[in-house]
Design a protein around this ligand. Structure first.
Ligand code: SAH
Length: 524
């Protein structure tokens, strides 16, 4: 009985209550008390003038107000359907005292068939199965119950059918979207360059996604550092001043002009027009700098991403840019230079610098390994070696001196900026490092070399390797978790995969395989 008495069982009223909307509750048990139209009929109390909102409410009311447990009466007298119906009609017609119903002995006062006739029309208590009142578990359902359950089942089946129909529609829409996406992807792959840029490429980054990158170039300090990198800046100057034929009367595009230094070199080298583009705020300084040096008639400064702006000319003769990041490809700015090349460079035009290479060498530096990796084994007497899993995969940008090299360097990738396709900037390469020392290899170092080559009578090259003077790019160090013993003369075989991090296309993922070891490093 309690099973059927929910919070609503306490609601009683002296007025005949309004019909309760059965939709309010789809509880299984409750559904068995529903009328065909899904609404509950109010029930007149067996012993007083009150109307209750439902059969369970009535049973609860009889129990609390009249101290009669209907289930007890049914069980005490072992009433079947007919006995129960007769009892209800007996109570309604005689208005007897509840205590009479529990009185022992036979015959029962409602034994006569006269009590089969309903006293109240549509009496919900007569529609109720006595088994249900007693808790009903394990007893076979009565015909009335089956019919009530069938209705409820029908409603639920209809609702399920409706849900299935909606799910089918959603699935059809998803499949349609998927096939549209497939066509789009095929289109992007087939028309890779210079068509719309796919995700995972900097050209596809939204302004807000790339904001941090450009604001890092807004502050003077980074430009000061670059300008003071004598290897870098002098190489550009020597190339431009040393090859005036490349620039004389030419239209030059400076992709990412920063303070305007390369544009001014180009102007001084005889360029007819220089278009200097930069998205970062530093361009406002460049405007003053260009004016201060009386070059405003030659140099036009344009603020914006090269991918977004429209140049005031159809084509340019020369593109210059200082786009190189750590390990050459970090920042992925080369993508933007290739975009400019494919969009604006005239036939026969040139991109500088043009030749680039990435090299690796083995490093034996136990002190550094101790400082950065073994350190975690014992930190003030505590074992923190689990930290190595976080420390090792972060590539370091540090100066590596030539005395720490234990192998000859090897070039793992070369590219010619006048030809390379954007898709080739992710690459995999097998390599072999010829060991010059018998020792422990503790790391692999990476760096790049750059040349101003094609069409130059005075070629210029510079290196960011450990053997040369230091540059602001330093070197990129990939530490090994545990040192690898190597012998002089040995060829250490390896494989490197370099790819953009799809989640952040300006950062790089570098996977190194050495003997049986394989680790992916992040450069960010
Ligand atoms: N050419 C200058 C600055 C080089 S740093 C020099 O040699 O000193 C690279 C510059 O390129 C930054 O100022 C950065 O804001 C700009 N840059 C990078 N990607 C760009 C893009 N897609 N469009 C416009 N400017 C870009």
């Amino acid at each position: 009985m309690a099973e059927h008495t929910d919070a609503r069982g306490d609601e009683t009223t002296d007025d005949r209550p309004a019909l309760t909307d059965g939709d309010e509750d789809d509880d299984d048990d409750e559904e068995q008390w529903m009328e065909e139209d899904g609404q509950q009929l109010p029930v007149s109390c067996l012993f007083c003038h009150r109307w209750l909102s439902s059969v369970p409410a009535t049973i609860q009311h009889c129990s609390s107000e009249h101290h009669l447990d209907l289930a007890d009466v049914i069980r005490t007298h072992n009433l079947d359907d007919y006995g129960y119906i007769k009892m209800i009609n007996f109570i309604r017609s005689t208005r007897c005292d509840p205590s009479l119903l529990m009185a022992p002995g036979a015959p029962l006062p409602w034994g006569g068939d006269d009590f089969l006739r309903p006293v109240l029309p549509d009496d919900p208590l007569l529609q109720t199965d006595p088994e249900e009142i007693c808790g009903g578990e394990g007893s076979p359902p009565s015909a009335r119950q089956v019919s009530g359950s069938n209705d409820a089942l029908l409603q639920r089946a209809e609702a399920a059918e409706e849900r299935a129909r909606r799910a089918e529609e959603a699935l059809a829409r998803a499949l349609e979207d998927l096939s549209k996406l497939k066509v789009l992807v095929q289109d992007l792959v087939l028309n890779a360059s210079p068509g719309p840029a796919p995700r995972g490429c900097v050209a596809a980054l939204r302004d807000d996604e790339d904001e941090a990158y450009f604001s890092s170039y807004g502050h003077y300090s980074i430009h000061e550092e670059m300008l003071k990198d004598d290897v870098r800046t002098r190489s550009y100057r020597d190339f431009m001043y040393g090859n005036p034929d490349v620039f004389r009367d030419k239209v030059v595009l400076d992709v990412g002009c920063g303070t305007g230094i390369l544009s001014m070199f180009a102007a001084r080298s005889g360029a007819r027009k220089v278009l200097a583009v930069d998205q970062s705020e530093i361009i406002y300084q460049a405007m003053d700098i260009v004016r201060s040096n009386g070059l405003e008639d030659t140099i036009t400064l344009i603020k914006g991403r090269i991918e977004d702006i429209r140049l005031p000319v159809e084509k340019v003769d020369v593109i210059v840019s200082e786009w190189m990041g750590y390990f050459l490809l970090f920042e992925s700015m080369l993508d933007s230079v290739l975009f400019a090349r494919d969009t604006y460079l005239s036939d026969g035009g040139s991109v500088y610098p043009d030749l680039c290479s990435i090299s690796l060498a083995a490093v034996g530096d136990r002190q550094k390994h101790q400082d950065r990796i073994a350190f975690w084994d014992d930190v003030y007497g505590f074992n923190m070696s689990c930290m190595k899993k976080a420390v090792v995969p972060e590539a370091l940008v540090e100066v590596v001196t030539a005395d720490k090299l234990i192998s000859e360097p090897t070039v793992v990738q070369t590219m010619d900026c006048s030809r390379v396709r954007p898709s080739e900037l992710d690459f995999t390469s097998d390599f072999s490092l010829k060991m010059t020392h018998t020792t422990d290899c503790t790391a692999i170092v990476g760096y790049f070399d750059v040349s101003f080559d094609s069409g130059c009578s005075n070629k210029v090259t510079f290196s960011t390797g450990p053997q040369g003077p230091r540059t602001h790019w330093k070197q990129t160090l990939f530490l090994l978790e545990t040192p690898l013993p190597v012998c002089a003369g040995e060829e250490l075989q390896g494989k490197i995969a370099v790819r953009k991090n799809r989640k952040d296309p300006r950062s790089l993922l570098v996977t190194l395989e050495l003997r049986d070891r394989k680790l992916t490093y992040g450069l960010q």
